[in-house]
Ligand binder design. Sequence first.
Ligand code: ADP
Ligand code: MG
Length: 719
Amino acid sequence: MTAATPTTTSSEAQAWLDADVALVEGVTSRAARTLRQALGIATVRDLLEHYPHQGRYRDIGEQVALSDAPLNEPVTIVGTVARWNVIRPRGRRLTIAKAQLVDDAGGRVEASFFNQEWRARQTPAGTRVAVSGTLERFRSALQLRNPKLVVLDEGEAPDEADRIQPTYPATEALPSARIARYATAALQGLGNLADYLPIELRRRHGLLDLDSALRRIHRPAGLDEVGPARDRLVYDELLSLQVGLQQRRYRLECEAVGLAQPPVPGGLAARFVAGLAFAPTGAQSRAFDGIGADLAAAKPMHRLLQGDVGSGKTLVAAWTMLCALDHGHQAVLMAPTEVLAEQHLRTLTALLAPLGVNAPTGPRLELLTGSTTRRKRRGLLAELAVGDVGLLIGTHAVLEDVVAFDDLGVVVIDEQHRFGVEHRTRLRDKRADQRSPDVLVMTATPIPRSLALTLYGDLDVTVLDELPPGRQEVRTKVLPSASPRRARLYDFVRERVAAGERAYVVCPLVSESEALDVAAAEEVHRHLSGDVFADLGVALVHGRLSGAERDAAMEAFRSGAAQVLVATTVIEVGVDVPEATIMIVEDADRFGISQLHQLRGRVGRGTARSYCVLFSSAPTDDEVDSPRLAAMSATTDGFKLAETDLELRGEGSLFDTRQSGLPDLKLAKLVRDFGWVVRSREDARELVAGDPELTGHPLLAAEVRRRYGDERLAALETG
Ligand code: ADP
Ligand code: MG
C-alpha cells in the first residue's frame, strides 16, 4: 500500500503560509484590503493565526427528524418553509416573523425570528432550509427561537463538518462567518505542513501535530477537539518565546566577559550584615547566596530582584554594592525619580553608618541628580572618574556620557520597569574595558510568576517572598467619597497623631493638565490645614514644587513637625516614614491596583497597626462597585493582587507598558496557561543548553527566528 500522495510538499506548505491572503479562494481583492486594514491580516499565516474566540464555538447539533428530536438540546432540522406569519404585538416596537417548517418526514416546527421581517422575503414558502437551535415545546407546538438558518439546494444535506461553528473576532464589514469560510479555504490550500516541534517534546506532553492542531482549532469535528488543538498552539507560542530568550541569553553570555567579585569574608559586605540591628530574613539570606554566586562567576550577572513593598530590597542592594567595593570596584544605583534617589541616599547613609561611610577613612557615598548644583557636580564627576567615590546613587543623570567611572563593578537599577532597555545597556557600557559589570534590577511591583518567567526568560529571578518579622497587615476600608464616616475618620487621624503617628492623604494626578491636578491637591491641603486639622501640621508635596520646597515638606513630615502629608503620587514608591500608619487615598477609583498597592505599602512599615482608607467616587456604599478596590480590601499580598490585576486588565495591557517588542502571544494567556509557561521554559532551557543554535532541530530554529528575530528579542529584554 502506498501513502496518499500529498497535494503539496512541505516547503510549498511553508510558502503558502507566507502567501498573500488575496490568494485564498473566495477572498476578493476588496476583502483582502479589509482583512488587512481591519484585522491586520496580510498573509495566509495571519489568517490561520486569527484564532476563533475560545469557548465560543457553537455546536449546532446533529441533524435529526423532528419525530426523534430531543427537547432543549441543540439540533438541526432540515425541511421546507410552508408559510410565514409576521406578528406585531400591540404596544411594543417589535416584530416577530414566524415560519412554519415541514421536515422530510412531515413533522412540523415553528421557527420564530425577532425583528427580522426580511427573512420572509429572503426564504419564501417553498425554500428548503436547515435550521439549527434549541428545540422547545410551547403549548403543544414545537418551536425554535432565533435559530440559525441556512438555505439548501434541492436534495442537499447540511455539511456535518459545519456542525461546530467557531466565532471569530470580526468586524461589521467582515463577519465571523465570512472569516470562517476564508479560514477553511486557507486550510484546504495547506496540504502537507511539516511539524517543527521535535517529536520527543510532542510525546512528552501528549501534543497534537501542528497540521491537526491548526485544522482542529478552526474546524473541529467536535467540541472536545478544541482543547488539545489549543494546547498545542499555546505551547508553540510559549516555547518559541522561551527558546528565543534562552538563545539570546546564551549569545550574550558567550560574548560578554564580566568581573569575578565574590563576597569577601570579613569584608565590608560581611561586616555590614554582621552589624545590622536585626537578622536578615530567610529570603534575604537566600538572595545573598544567589547574588553572591553570580558575583563570583566571571560571566556578568543579569538578575531580577522582585520583592513586595517593605520586603527589604534596599538591604540586598546595599550588600551587593558593598561586594563591589570589597574588590576595589565602584557601584551605582539608579532610581526613576529624585524623591526615590534621595530616599535611597538617606536609607543607605543610615544603613552604612556603622561602616564609617563618608567618614574620612570610610567609603564615599554620593548623590547625582538633575538638581545637583554645577559646582558640586563638577567635583563629583572628577572624583568618580578616579575612583574616589565608590558608591553613587542617582537618577537618569548618571547615564550621561560625562559620567565616567574608574572601575564600575555593580549596577543596581531600582523600579526597572520605569527604564528602557537602552538605559541598562548604557550603564553596562560604562567601563573603559570590554568587560561588563554585574547588573541587579529590582522591582517592587510584584509581577505574577507566570509573567516574570515569560518576560524575564533571560534573567535569573530572585523573589523576596518573606516580610521582616513584626509587620502587621494593613487594615483596608473602602468608603464612598461622601460617606458620613469621613468625619469619624478625621477624628481617628487626630487620635493616632496624638499617639505619635502620622497620616498620608493622597490626591491623584489624572487630568490632562498637571496644573489642574496640583490645584486640586492644593485645595485639599487648604481644606485640611485651614479647617479639619487646623491644630495640626499639614504639609503638601507635589511634582510642581522645587526640590528645596519638596525636601522641606518631606522633612517636616519625617521629623513629625507635620503630622499629615497631602501628596500627589510623587510618594508612590519608596518613601519610608515608619511612624506613618494611616493612608487615605482620595478618588481611589482612578488608580490601578499596583499603584494602590504601592501607596498602601507606605504604611505598615513600623510595628504599629496601620490603616488604609480608599475613597471611591461612588456616591453611596451600595454603589461602590469596583473590582479593583474590592481586591485591595481582600488581600495585602502583592503577588495575589498582581494576578488579579493581570486578569482584570487583560494581559495585553501589561505588554503595552513595554512599548516595543510585544511577545507574539495570540492564544496563550499567562495566568491560565501557567502550566505551559513553566513546561515550555524548562524545555527551552534543556534544548538550548544541549544545542544552543538548535542545529539538531533546524525547523524549530527557523520557526523561532521567524517569530522572534534578534531585534524583537532585544526589544523584549528587560530594561
Ligand atoms: P523595600 O525596598 O523592599 O520596599 P526596604 O528595603 O525599604 O523595603 O525595607 C523596609 C523596611 O524594613 C526598612 O525600614 C528596613 O530597614 C526594614 N528591614 C529590612 N530588612 C529587615 C529585616 N531583615 N528585619 C527587620 N527589618 C528589616
Ligand atoms: Mg526600598
